[in-house]
Every structure is written in structure tokens, then in C-alpha cells.
Design a binder for this molecule. Structure first.
Ligand SMILES: [Ca+2]
Length: 435
């Protein structure tokens, strides 16, 4: 069924809603243990008692950098020791504290990435909100790690203008720091740093050519646009893609290097999208667009959820994650979450023969969103992708991973250099899953 749903997706709105219709026919969420085999997983807890661990990045020897949203940046050494490198406002234990870094809502110390040439230049990168600017913005910082991994120095902010939601607004989850993006990853194929951003509940941002929210940026290690970026005329050249809602994950196809993102839907339609250079994600929550009326704070992104009586498919039609009616050339998602948002987060590819049939598959985490206080959807899905003859990537099978531990809010998934899958959970652990 999933197979058919995915393969039927094309660029036309009719086909997308056709796909939703098929999804309705099989009401059970993706997760039946069919198709791929379920690999037996070994499990251990690498680190516990963290405060909202948000992202991880490895060196080839297994050294693990990680962030905690309201604390800062640390490194876990192969000896088992952890050094706290860069703290945020109000923290004490860290080697250094940067008082301009703070946390608010979804914002704080988010993504972390290691320079492909770390062995030579000792550089790492982190995404955090900062009040060095007024109003505060999200920044991508470049840092140099000391030889003994006890401190960082030479902070250079290579991106300083990613917007941050400052004011509360009249929406569910409408507090400051909302829709903050924050994942950063190097693409091994082209060597550039990709930075994912969010819409801040600001209706003007997704289709804006100059505001760097709702984008995937592709930049070099000084923050300059990759020269190959091809956004439309008038756009900031750092924009690789635009028109996103809140991109929470990015991974690169292991054979082609093609970037694939995961994106939160507005209580409906989380999406996975294969990016095209210069492409539009098709999210445009401005009011009075496509027959929509006026919405609170001019932002229609949640409006369908407040219209009692609409079912989830009517909601998806009212405020589509990808508005093909207005943007017929928008990038089509290769997968949507059957009409329910379940808090899709980070994505990674499984590497190593130990994974058996799952080798090379994409894994995607879900945090689950509580409807009436009931968490749903907390899981890790294993997605088999295929390149069809036209070279386009599609999802051919989805299997829910049988977890060797309790489910949780799976915030970050990263493949380690040892082939294990590392998983950070909001309530404070980094887990290691080994086939
Ligand atoms: Ca989209």
C-alpha cells in the first residue's frame, strides 16, 4: 500500500490528494513489520542525564560532539570522558560561556557539524540563537577545538541573519523560538554545509527572497553561497531551496549525494522531500492566498486545525504543505505522514554490512505530538529508497524499527563511524543501536 502511495505521487495536486485518499484506505500508520526484515538490535546508553540533547556529530575515531539546547556544546571522548566546551547564558561548568547564546522555545543550541577537514583545521560548526543582534537571530558559528579537546576558540559567526521568532503570537505553540529549523550537515558529495531554517510563524518568510528563514542554505565554511546555488532571480544566493515550513532533518543519499529533508507539518502532513537546486517547497501560509480568508496574525499555517469539523484531509487541502495550485513547479514530497503530523525530526542513512537488508536505507525519527495529551508516533522508521530509471528517488517501503528500548522524543539520528545508529532523545539520553 505504501509502495503504491509513494509511486503515485507526481507534481500535480490531484495526484497528491489521490495519494492521501489511498492512505485513508489503510488507516493503520506505517509500521507493520512487513517488507524488510527486522534486524535484531543491540542497545546501550552512551550518555544519560543530559538536558534536551539536540544534535550530534562524530569524528572518524568515534569522538562525539553534541549539543544540549539550553546548555551548550560538549564533546564525549573515546575514553568515556565528557568535556563541556561552550556554554550558553547562565551555565557555569563549561570551559567557556558565551553570554549572547540563549534558549527560548524550540530555539537554543541546535545543530552541530564537524568540518570535513577537521584533522587539519580542528573546525566545528554550531547553530544557535544569539542576542548579539537586535532583534536576536540564529547564527552558524565556526569554532576551533583545542588539541586536547578541552576548549574551543576563534569563534567566527559565518551566518548571522537567520530569523528567530521574538514575539508570542496567537497560535497553538505560538511562543517565541517557534519554527526555528536548526539542523546543519556537510554533504560529503559536494563538501558544502547545508543549514535548515524555519518560518517563525511569519507568513512572509517562506516565499521571501531575502529573509533566510524557511530555507535550506548551502554555503562554504566562511558562510559564502555555494557558487552553484541556483535560486530564482532576486534571491539571496545562499538559498539552495526555499518555501519550507520548519525543516528538522537533512541527510544525503549515500550514492548520489542528493539532499533529502524532513519537515514538520501543521498538525498534518509531515513531509520528506528530495531537494532540487533552487527549488520551492511550496509552503505559503499568507492569508488571502488560494481562497483562504484572513487568519490570526496573517498566518494561516494553523487555521485549518481551528476550524472544527474539518477532517485531516480537508485540513491538508485548506493549508497544503506543498501548494501545487499556487506553485505548480514546487518540489513534490516523496512521502507524507498520512495526514497527521507526528513530529518528524532527523534523518540519517544506515551504513555497514551489519545492517543486512537495511544497509543504505534511510532512518527517520518521530517525536510524537500529543493529541489530547496522548503521545503518538514516537518511533524510528526505516525507509527503503530507490532511484527509478529517471534518476528520481522514491520511497518503496517503510518499516517501523522494533526498538530495543522505550520509545521517546527522537530528536536526532546520526550514523556513527562504527556503523551504529546513535539516537538522542529529549528526556536526556544518547542511545547506541547496533545490528
Ligand atoms: Ca513542501
Amino acid at each position: 500500500m505504501i509502495n503504491q502511495t509513494m509511486n503515485n505521487q507526481t507534481r500535480t495536486p490531484t495526484a497528491v490528494f489521490g495519494a492521501v485518499g489511498i492512505a485513508l484506505a489503510c488507516a493503520a500508520p506505517a509500521g507493520a513489520q512487513d517488507g524488510l526484515n527486522t534486524t535484531e538490535l543491540k542497545h546501550s546508553v552512551v550518555i544519560s542525564d543530559l538536558s534536551t540533547p539536540w544534535d550530534m556529530a562524530f569524528l572518524p575515531d568515534g569522538t562525539l560532539f553534541f549539543t544540549e539546547k539550553c546548555n551548550g556544546l560538549s564533546v564525549h571522548l573515546t575514553s568515556g570522558e565528557t568535556n563541556q566546551l561552550l556554554g550558553m547564558e547562565g551555565t557555569e561548568a563549561y570551559a567557556e560561556t558565551a553570554d549572547d547564546l540563549f534558549c527560548e522555545g524550540q530555539a537554543g543550541m541546535n545543530g552541530i557539524a564537524v568540518d570535513p577537514n577537521f584533522a587539519e583545521n580542528r573546525r566545528i560548526y554550531a547553530y544557535s540563537v544569539s542576542d548579539k543582534s537586535d532583534p536576536p537571530t540564529n547564527r552558524v558559528m565556526r569554532l576551533e577545538v583545542s588539541e586536547d579537546f578541552t576548549e574551543v576558540s576563534n569563534r567566527t559567526d559565518i551566518v548571522t541573519d537567520i530569523p528567530f521568532k521574538v514575539e508570542d503570537s496567537d497560535h497553538p505553540f505560538g511562543g517565541p523560538g517557534a519554527h526555528n529549523g536548526g539542523r546543519i550537515r556537510f554533504n560529503p558529495d559536494d563538501g558544502y554545509l547545508y543549514v535548515t531554517t524555519g518560518d517563525n510563524h511569519n507568513p512572509e518568510i517562506p516565499q521571501s527572497p531575502t529573509i533566510m528563514g524557511s530555507k535550506v542554505l548551502r554555503i562554504d565554511t566562511d558562510g559564502n553561497a555555494a557558487p552553484e546555488n541556483d535560486p530564482p532571480e532576486g534571491f539571496d544566493k545562499r538559498a539552495y531551496t526555499y518555501g519550507h515550513r520548519n525543516v528538522q532533518g537533512i541527510a544525503f543519499h549515500p550514492e548520489t549525494g542528493t539532499p533529502i529533508i524532513t519537515e514538520h507539518g501543521p498538525w498534518h502532513s509531515d513531509e520528506i522531500t528530495v531537494l532540487e537546486n533552487g527549488g520551492n517547497g511550496g509552503w505559503d501560509p499568507r492569508d488571502n492566498m488560494a481562497g483562504r480568508g484572513e487568519c490570526p496574525d496573517d498566518y494561516c499555517g494553523y487555521m485549518p486545525n481551528q476550524n472544527e469539523g474539518m477532517n485531516r484531509f480537508e485540513r491538508a487541502a485548506f493549508m497544503p504543505m506543498t501548494d501545487f495550485e499556487t506553485y505548480p513547479d514546487a518540489m513534490p514530497p516523496i512521502w507524507t505522514n498520512n495526514g497527521w503530523s507526528q513530529g518528524i525530526t532527523s534523518a540519517a542513512f544506515l551504513a555497514g554490512e551489519e545492517w543486512g537488508d537495511w544497509q543504505g536505507n534511510m532512518v527517520v525519527g518521530y517525536m510524537g505530538i500529543g493529541f489530547g495529551g496522548t503521545p503518538i508516533g514516537q518511533r524510528i522508521d526505516v525507509m527503503e529508497l530507490s532511484n527509478d530509471e529517471g534518476g528520481e528517488i522514491s520511497v518503496v517501503d517503510v518499516t517501523e524499527m522494533t526498538l530495543p528500548m522505550e520509545a521517546g522524543r527522537f530528536r536526532s539520528l546520526v550514523s556513527g563511524p562504527d556503523g551504529s545508529l546513535y539516537v538522542a532523545v529529549d528526556d536526556g539520553q544518547i542511545h547506541k543501536l547496533t545490528p
